[in-house]
Design a protein around this ligand. Sequence first.
Ligand code: FES
Length: 106
Amino acid sequence: MPTIHYILHDGTEHAIDAPLGDTVMMVAMRNNFQGILAECGGACSCATCHVHIDPSWVDRLPPKEDLEEEMLDFAEDVDETSRLSCQLKVTKELDGLIVNVPEKQY
Ligand code: FES
């Protein structure tokens, strides 16, 4: 099972074994991490699952679909490391992924 490292706003790091096929958002929600709301439940229509990917991982992720790109316009503090965690499916290639969780969604 791939391990995903979630770094919360307070600096604490949680290494979580993530089931294949789940999304980075679903794993975060199951672990009750503050900072990810996922109000639409993963339908890519709320942008409250915004995270910042560690720069070393940005180019190793699947590219954003158009809808994810559009929804990111509704998130705060968006930069080149921004992704919607509901659009990132856990695959074995993501083993070791580092995700920075914002303090809150706006
Ligand atoms: Fe709503 Fe990701 S959970 S856009």
